[in-house]
Each structure stands twice: as structure tokens, then as C-alpha cells.
Design a protein around this ligand. Structure first.
Ligand code: AMP
Length: 973
């Protein structure tokens, strides 16, 4: 099969493409060359064939001839000598040149005259000498002339016959004449070979050509080939179709039939048919036979460069590094020019590092410092650096890098020490009132950014007394130039409002922009006078009592007026008409030094009095432990201990302790109680009362369906009471959610989580809004999301969500809807549906908390009253709000998301968070959803579902599965 294919191939090739090589003949016998010494045998002896001398063209040669045409029954034999077969040959060619005389030329020729003779052969392993036996010969062919000779002109015929297949050491040929007139001019016995050759740098040996034969060759010196080269030798002695090319080795190139070494200055890196190449740029001259050219000193190749590439130099340092302060707060741009020596490479990049150096000691810049487009792999010679502090000096190092940087020895970096250089001074953003008396006001203010280090920032403060509108034509300001950001202004009038504004001044006194006007009021009552002026003190005390009486009377009057007016004012929480509580929460930020707030509101605890027992949670600043605290006279009290992880910054420590300075201002049974803090110790701690049942959301999730409604409403009442207290203190929580309410062993709920940064950083629910701040979207009122209007009314909205979380046993509000979908649904008027088993009155209260108009939402005092009333008459909780299982158990549909049925009972149970019954259902043999749909109430009970809440959840879900037309319409209120 293979051979046949090759044959067809050969025919095509031989004729069209391939230039074959001439065959060579190896002669075994040549009658002409042997002269008279042929020694052939004739039979009958000295009869028949006879040797005849002939002169042709002047040269003498011998022929055998016979011409017994007259007599019949001629049988004349002529036998050659023993012809040795060459090993490997199985076939030979016999070429005969002869003349046959035309029988017609003989007068009265006998009928026995013939014009043909026969060729015979016999194989033998040894020369048998004269032992000639005709019987051992077999006939090869009858030899007939193409032309017979009639006259004087001799017609010489040439006939060639092939004899095979030979296997013994040698053979004889014999010619039988049976009455012809024949002259045998020449007998040549030969075989053909394909001569030894070099083809495609492979040498093939001389090969006997008796049939198509594959011949293996060897690559010439310094050449190689992955596969042994092969070629075919045809029966005609021609080489065809070489297979497998040899190629010159590395350092050598082909001359056609040999491989010669590359000349000096040239190289060839691998086995290939390529020629040697001139050594590339920046390399040393190579010796002969080079496979690559070594780099010149100071030039290199990167590990990824091919050996054929030119060598390049390591890049030098970037030049002319400059910094420009950008308009954007805290940003600057670094620019530079490429190094003088770029090394001629295309992979040149830059990397930038930022450090803060104090003399030779440098530390990396804060993690928040950002580089745009990045700090490494920069292709362009410029980068923007953001989140820098305006008062610090930064050292930036720019390094040029390329693939051969690691070999470089010279400098490749440039450095610059720079600071933000604002042309305009910072803006005064807020003026705080730190203290006041009848005749003085202590103020301090904050800046849009910190002023540069070692530059004393000066301020211009202007103030005036606030007069009733139109009382004066001319406004007179007092102007003070100050060199710190706080001031105590004395000699003011009691019970008078003053208007202030402040601007920062630039280094040359150039003014920045003015702050907004802030109004502050001096107090009414004079401070107690010196001790030795006792009459004055007495007078003041009497005066104070009188004033207090007046104030109380005024307050009572106002209160009555307010309640008669109802809630008509635009913003009941901030209306000036509203009664201010006697005690107001003080933002610790009002103090320039946050430690002041801590000292003021918080008790310092001896660290030895506190011992930590077990980690119970992880807060923003570190682990939270359960532990005990020794209390003088009370023995040991269980406490929660919040710790500040080591390695904190001063700012983190202040933020951590700010929660304590807020908590320390509160005292209410529904607000987590602060026991004290440890601040004068490396490990700062905040110690609060211990709440055995942890966070409310997980508490409820773990008891799904297990807590009676009455008790849930009681918990809500507690949270509402805590929130009323906070709103009375003018404290807006901003992150009220079940996860931030703690539950103690008496199931009392207490509001917690007061850190100043808590909404911004601590809460995992906090989501960045387009305006930048982080907001827990699902719990936050629309106006607080839209324009940061955080008020007690927005806390009321969050309370409504907490009500829902409580009644739904810790279910996630709005389930798996995205924040974006939640905001869109709320803006379109949709609201959460009633949780399962939720009293109608409670759901109505939730909906009130979620009114768009914040002025119409109930206040916490209203909420506490309503909940109290409901708890006083438990039957009011009996009416249950409409519940739609399709919406309430699983959104968007009770079945799979695409409306298809659940594939398995466990999948369905998981979707309604009832996985704990998987085994019970399986044991009861309920294994398909068809069986589930057929279940009745008592079947569910028999399966082992006993808790009423679980019973309902499962029954409602089956109801929902039966009615597949799920929609969100029940959201609409
Ligand atoms: P926080 O940093 O306040 O969010 O606290 C982290 C976690 O610690 C909370 O989710 C509670 O599980 C736990 N935790 C905090 N304070 C208390 C406490 N007073 N009593 C019991 N567990 C608490």
C-alpha cells in the first residue's frame, strides 16, 4: 500500500519536479572488452557456434556466429563463463547486439532456416567449468531481430532483457541456435546503481537499483536533522524524493552540500538553514564559528531578549523632575524628561515612590496616597499624586527602568522633595463655640486643609453685634488678626447674639475667602462672683431663682401653645418654636483637643480592674471581648470590652475614643451604658455593660418564629424609648438598624454604635453615594440619601425599617434587591410589605415612619406612646396585616427566579430558610414538589413541623407556589 502510494508519487515527481541523478551501470560481463579470451563453451564442440574475427572501422573484435541454415534439427549452444553476482543485486540486464541474415537471401534455402535464437540462463553457487548441462538452463527469451540483413549492409539489432531474481553466487548465460544465420557482436551483462550522493546536506551511499527502495542517509559534518534523512532509489537507478532535511548547526552555514563555519564577525544562533548574520550593534567582534556575539562592555541583553538582538545600555536617571500643585485638593503633578541615555530600548518605563524624610531617616508615605495612572510601569514621563497632606514635605523618587536595568551601575533615579504649594490660603469651613459666658465667647474654627508645616497660619476674624433688621443703617465690625485658630472674645454684652466670620490669610497677608457668617449668643446669667462678695452671690442666687421661675413659666406656656397648634410647623425637629431639651448632646468635635471631651464625659478605669475573657465580636478598631470589671462596692460586673488594635494612628485612637465620649453623655435604660475607658495605657479600651444576647438581628434570626408578637412589640417599644431619649438630646444616630441594637438576658434592647466615623467606615452596609459619603441605603430615609438631610425624622424612617426587621425575625430588608433597585422602588412609592403575622397596627406604624414628607412622620415620642397603647391592650395586636407569601418569603418569585418550579424539596426549603426540616421531609417520603403541593396542614404537622411560625412559613410558601402570578404590586401603598 505504502509502496503503491510512493510509486504514484514518484511518477508525478520524476516527471515534473524532481531533478533525478543519472544512474550508473556496473558491468559484470562485456564480450567486446574481453578480446579473444572469452573461453565460452560451444556445443556440439567445434560445431555450430564459432568465434570469428572481424575488423570494424579499423579495429579488430570478435564475434560468435553460426549459420547452419541448410540442415534441419540444428541445436547449437554457446555458453558464457561463470558470471559472479554482486551481493545486493537480484536482477541484471543483458544487452545483446547481433545480426540475423534474412533466410530469403539463401538460394533455395531450406525450410529449416530460422531468423531467431534463444537466450537461456542457469544459476550456480560455483564455477562448474566445462561441465555444461543443457538441462540445467531455463529459457529467458526468444531473441528476434527488428531488421534482418539482406545484402551487404549489415543491420545490427540491439535487444536488452532483464534477468531476475537472482539469489545464488553467480550464473551462466547460454544462446541456443536452431538454424539461423546469426552473428553475436556483443553481449553485455550489467546492473544499475543509484550513485552515492549528497542531497540537502545529507549523504546517501551508492545503492543497487533493482526495485524502488528507501535508503537512509546521514547528515554531512556539522549538520543535523531532527529525523534521519531518507531518499528513494528507483529501479532505473535514479534518486527521487528526499525526505527530512539536514541543516547546518549553530555557528555554521550551508554551501550547498556542506556546512562551513561562520566567518569572524558573523554568527548563527541555532540549527537552521539561515546564513550567518553580521554581529548586531554594541557587540564585540566574534571569532569564527560564533553562535552569538557577546555584548560590548557596558551593554547588556535582558533575559527575555533574543540572542540575535542588539545589546543595550541601562537607562540613566530621569531629568528635570518638577512638581506642580494641582487645583484638586491634596494633589500635585510630577513631570520629568526621559534620561539622556535611554539605552535604545522600547521597554523604558518609570516608577515613582513617595517618602516622608526627616534628615536621612525616611518612611513610606501613608497608604492612602494615590498615583494616577499608577506608581509603576509608567510609559509617559508624568504622574499625578493625590491624597497628600498640605502641611507635609514629601520626597518623590522617580526611577527609569528597562529590561536591562538590573545590570546598570550608574544612577537611574531622580528625587525631589516638595510640598503642596497653594497660592490661596485654606478656607475656614466651620466656626465652633467652645465656651461662653455673659460677657465672652470662646470660638475655634476648622480649615478645608491643614496649613503647611512650619508656617504660622494667620487669620482675620470679624464680628459684630447682631441687631434687629433695619435697626441700624451702618454695620460696624470689629476686626482681629490672630495667629491661631481659636480666640476668646471678652467684653461682650450678656444675652446678645454676635455674628462672626473668619478668613485665613496667605503668607504675604493675601486674604482667602470668608467663612459663612456664624451667630453665637452670650449667656444671660452672670457667673458667680468672687467668694468675698457674698452679698452679690446671694443677690445672684435670688436673681437666678427668679429667672428660672420665669423660664419655666415661659416654657410651660409655649408647650401648651405648641400642642394646641398640632404639628403644623415645617420641620418639627428643628423649628425654632420647639422646646429645646434642658440637656443637649455635645459633639466631641466641638473641642479642639478631643481628649478634652473624653475627660469631660468619661470615667477613666484602672486597667487592673478589667479582665478580658473571650472574644465576642470584631469592631472597626479591634476585637470586642466579654469580661468582668471590679466595681467598688458592687463586686464584679459582666462587661463588654472594646479594644483598639495595636499599631493605630493618633487619629484612629481619637475616633475610637470618640464613641466613648458620645456614649458617656447618655444615660437611659435603652441606650448602651458606658462603664468607662482606659486611655492612659498603651491598650486603649472602652468598657460597656455586657449584653448577653448580642446583636438584635442575629438574635432574631436564630429564633425565627419562636418569639411571641407581644414580646417583639415590647422590644420595639424599648428601642423607640432609647431613640426618643437620643432625639431629645438632639443626637441624630444615622445608623439605626437591628445590627446596632444589643439585647441583654432580660431581652431588653439597647441602642448602640455611636462612633463618629461609624457610618463612614465601620458599617458593612455603608455604601458610597454619588455625593461621596457612605450611607446604609436600606435603612436610610430618601432625603438623607439625596441631600444628606440627617435628622431625628430620618432616624424615624430607620426605626420603621428596624420594626420590619424585628417583625420579620431578622430578614434582610428588601431581600436580595440591589441598593439601586431599593432607591428606585422607594422613589416610585413602593414600600416593604407586611412581614408574616405582623399586627396590622404595627405595619401601619411602619408605613407612617416611611412617609416621604419627613414632617408628617411620627416623632419618637409619638411612637413610644402608640406602642405603649398597643401593649396595654394586647387585643389591638390581634388584627394581622395582609401578607402575601409570594413577595414576603422570597423575591422576586416564590418559585425559581425565572418562574420555573424548584427542582427539589431541599432547594425549596432552603429558599424559605427552613432547611432544618430537609431530613424530616425526606423521612416522611416527601421528595418531589408535586407531593409538596398536595400537603395539608396536618400533613405538615405530622412531618414534624411544630413551631407555629415555621408551620405558617411553610404553609404560606405552598400557597404561593400554587399561585404563580407573583408581582411586586403589594409594595404599593
Ligand atoms: P461594634 O464594634 O459595636 O459593632 O461591636 C461588634 C460586635 O461585638 C457586635 O456586633 C456584638 O456582637 C458585640 N458586642 C459589642 N458590644 C457588646 C456588648 N455590650 N455586649 C455584648 N456584645 C457586644
Amino acid at each position: 500500500m505504502e509502496l503503491r502510494r510512493i510509486n504514484v508519487f514518484l511518477v508525478l515527481f520524476i516527471n515534473r519536479v524532481f531533478i533525478s541523478l543519472q544512474s550508473k551501470e556496473q558491468v559484470l560481463l562485456d564480450m567486446k572488452a574481453s578480446g579473444s579470451e572469452l573461453g565460452w563453451l560451444t556445443l556440439p564442440y567445434e560445431n555450430g557456434w564459432e568465434i570469428v574475427q572481424t575488423v570494424v572501422n579499423g579495429s579488430l573484435f570478435y564475434t560468435y556466429s553460426v549459420c547452419s541454415v541448410d540442415s534441419t534439427e540444428q541445436d547449437n549452444w554457446l555458453r558464457t563463463t561463470f558470471i559472479q553476482r554482486r551481493p545486493g543485486t537480484t536482477r541484471v540486464s543483458v544487452e545483446l547486439r547481433f545480426i540475423v541474415r534474412d533466410c530469403n537471401t539463401f538460394d533455395g534455402a531450406s525450410v529449416a532456416c530460422k531468423e531467431t535464437f534463444n537466450l537461456f540462463m542457469s544459476e550456480a553457487d560455483a564455477d562448474v567449468g566445462t561441465n555444461f548441462r543443457k538441462g540445467q538452463f531455463r529459457k529467458v527469451a526468444t531473441i528476434a531481430p527488428d531488421e534482418v540483413t539482406q545484402g551487404r549492409v549489415l543491420k545490427v539489432n540491439t535487444e536488452t532483457r532483464s534477468i531476475g531474481s537472482l539469489s545464488r553466487k553467480g550464473f551462466y548465460l547460454a544462446f541456443q541456435d536452431m538454424g539461423a544465420c546469426v552473428a553475436l557482436l556483443s553481449v553485455r551483462v550489467y546492473y544499475k546503481t543509484c550513485p552515492s550522493t549528497v542531497q540537502s546536506l545529507a549523504a546517501f551511499p551508492e545503492t543497487v537499483a533493482d526495485a524502488l527502495k528507501e535508503v537512509g542517509g546521514a547528515c554531512v559534518e556539522n549538520a543535523a536533522s531532527p529525523a534521519a534523512p531518507r531518499i528513494y532509489c528507483t529501479a532505473e537507478g535514479e534518486w527521487v524524493v528526499p525526505v527530512g532535511q539536514c541543516q547546518c548547526r549553530a555557528g555554521y552555514e550551508s554551501t550547498g552540500d556542506a556546512c562551513q563555519a561562520c566567518k569572524p564577525g558573523y554568527f548563527k544562533p541555532s540549527v537552521s538553514s539561515d546564513s550567518c548574520q553580521l554581529c548586531p550593534e554594541n557587540t564585540k567582534p566574534s571569532p569564527a564559528r560564533a553562535t552569538q556575539c557577546q555584548c560590548e562592555d557596558g551593554f547588556f541583553r535582558s533575559p527575555s531578549d533574543p540572542p540575535t538582538s542588539a545589546c543595550s545600555a541601562a537607562p540613566g536617571a530621569p531629568r528635570d523632575l518638577t512638581s506642580t500643585t494641582l487645583q484638586a485638593e491634596g494633589s500635585l503633578q510630577l513631570s520629568w524628561r526621559p534620561p539622556l541615555v535611554t539605552g535604545g530600548r522600547s521597554d523604558l518605563t518609570y516608577s515613582v515612590a513617595c517618602q516622608l524624610c526627616d534628615g536621612p531617616a525616611c518612611a513610606p508615605c501613608a497608604d492612602r496616597v494615590r498615583f494616577e495612572p499608577g506608581a509603576a510601569d509608567l510609559r509617559e514621563p508624568t504622574v499625578t499624586v493625590a491624597e497628600l497632606d498640605s502641611h507635609l514635605n514629601y520626597t518623590f523618587t522617580v526611577e527609569a527602568r528597562s529590561g536591562v536595568s538590573q545590570f546598570g551601575t550608574g544612577p537611574s533615579t531622580a528625587a525631589i522633595t516638595t510640598a503642596l504649594d497653594y497660592r490661596d490660603p485654606p478656607k475656614v469651613t466651620l466656626i465652633h463655640l467652645d465656651d461662653r459666658s455673659p460677657t465672652s465667647l470662646a470660638l475655634s474654627w476648622s480649615l478645608s486643609r491643614r496649613p503647611p508645616a512650619r508656617v504660622s497660619q494667620r487669620y482675620e476674624l470679624m464680628y459684630r453685634r447682631k441687631d434687629a433688621d433695619g435697626e441700624r443703617d451702618v454695620t460696624t465690625y470689629t476686626v482681629l488678626i490672630l495667629d491661631k485658630s481659636s480666640v476668646q472674645i471678652s467684653d461682650l454684652s450678656p444675652d446678645t447674639t454676635y455674628v462672626f466670620r473668619v478668613q485665613a490669610l496667605g503668607p504675604e497677608g493675601n486674604p482667602g475667602s470668608y467663612s459663612a457668617e456664624h451667630e453665637f449668643h452670650t449667656t444671660l446669667i452672670a457667673e458667680p462672683l468672687t467668694q468675698n462678695n457674698s452679698t452679690a452671690v446671694m443677690g445672684a442666687v435670688i436673681g437666678l431663682a427668679v429667672v428660672l421661675l420665669v423660664v419655666v413659666a415661659v416654657l410651660l406656656l409655649r408647650k401648651r401653645r405648641l400642642s394646641s397648634r398640632g404639628r403644623g410647623s415645617e420641620d418639627p425637629y428643628f423649628s425654632t418654636d420647639q422646646l429645646k431639651p434642658l440637656k443637649t448632646y455635645i459633639d466631641p468635635h466641638m473641642y479642639e483637643d478631643p481628649n478634652t471631651a473624653i475627660q469631660k464625659f468619661v470615667t477613666e478605669i484602672d486597667p487592673n480592674a478589667v479582665s478580658k475573657h473571650k472574644v465576642i465580636g470584631v469592631g472597626e478598631f479591634g476585637e470586642v471581648f466579654r469580661g468582668v470589671m471590679k466595681v467598688p462596692g458592687r463586686g464584679e460586673a459582666a462587661v463588654a470590652i472594646k479594644t483598639l488594635k495595636l499599631g493605630y494612628s493618633e487619629k484612629q485612637r481619637q475616633d475610637f475614643l470618640s464613641e466613648a465620649s458620645i456614649m458617656g453623655q447618655f444615660s437611659h435604660p435603652n441606650i448602651i451604658r458606658l462603664e468607662g475607658v482606659v486611655t492612659k495605657f498603651k491598650h486603649a479600651m472602652i468598657v460597656t455593660e455586657y449584653m448577653e444576647n448580642g446583636a438584635l438581628d442575629t438574635y432574631l434570626k436564630d429564633r425565627d418564629g419562636d418569639i411571641p408578637t407581644y414580646q417583639l412589640v415590647g422590644m420595639l417599644r424599648g428601642i423607640a424609648a432609647g431613640m426618643k431619649y437620643l432625639s431629645d438630646m438632639s443626637y441624630v444616630h444615622r445608623d439605626l438598624a437591628a445590627r446596632n441594637v444589643l439585647v441583654n438576658s432580660n431581652l431588653e434592647c439597647k441602642v448602640s454604635d455611636f462612633g463618629l466615623s461609624r457610618v463612614l467606615e465601620d458599617d458593612a452596609e455603608g455604601t458610597y453615594t454619588t455625593r461621596g459619603g457612605k450611607i446604609p441605603i436600606r435603612w436610610t430615609a430618601p432625603e438623607a440619601i439625596a441631600y444628606r438631610k440627617f435628622t431625628s425624622a430620618s432616624d424615624v424612617w430607620s426605626f420603621g425599617i428596624v420594626m420590619w426587621e424585628v417583625m420579620a425575625f431578622g430578614e434582610r430588608p428588601y431581600w436580595d434587591m440591589s441598593n439601586h433597585e431599593v432607591m428606585k422602588a422607594i422613589n416610585e412609592g413602593f414600600r416593604l410589605p407586611a412581614p408574616m403575622d405582623c399586627p396590622s397596627a404595627i405595619y401601619q406604624l411602619m408605613l407612617q415612619c416611611w412617609l416621604n414628607d419627613r414632617a408628617k412622620r411620627p416623632r419618637f415620642s409619638d411612637i413610644v406612646n402608640i406602642l405603649d397603647k398597643l401593649l396595654q391592650s394586647p387585643e389591638s395586636l390581634k388584627a394581622i396585616a395582609d401578607f402575601d407569601p409570594r413577595v414576603s418569603i422570597r423575591l422576586p418569585s416564590t418559585s425559581g427566579c425565572d418562574g420555573t418550579m424548584f427542582r427539589s424539596v431541599p432547594e425549596w426549603l432552603e429558599s424559605i430558610r427552613m432547611s432544618q426540616y430537609k431530613d424530616s421531609f425526606a423521612r416522611a417520603g416527601v421528595t418531589s414538589m408535586e407531593q409538596v403541593l398536595a400537603l395539608r396542614h396536618e400533613d405538615i404537622r405530622n412531618i414534624g413541623v411544630r413551631l407555629p411560625g415555621h408551620m405558617k412559613r411553610i404553609a404560606y410558601s405552598i400557597l404561593g407556589l400554587k399561585d404563580e402570578t407573583s408581582s411586586l404590586s403589594v409594595f404599593a401603598v
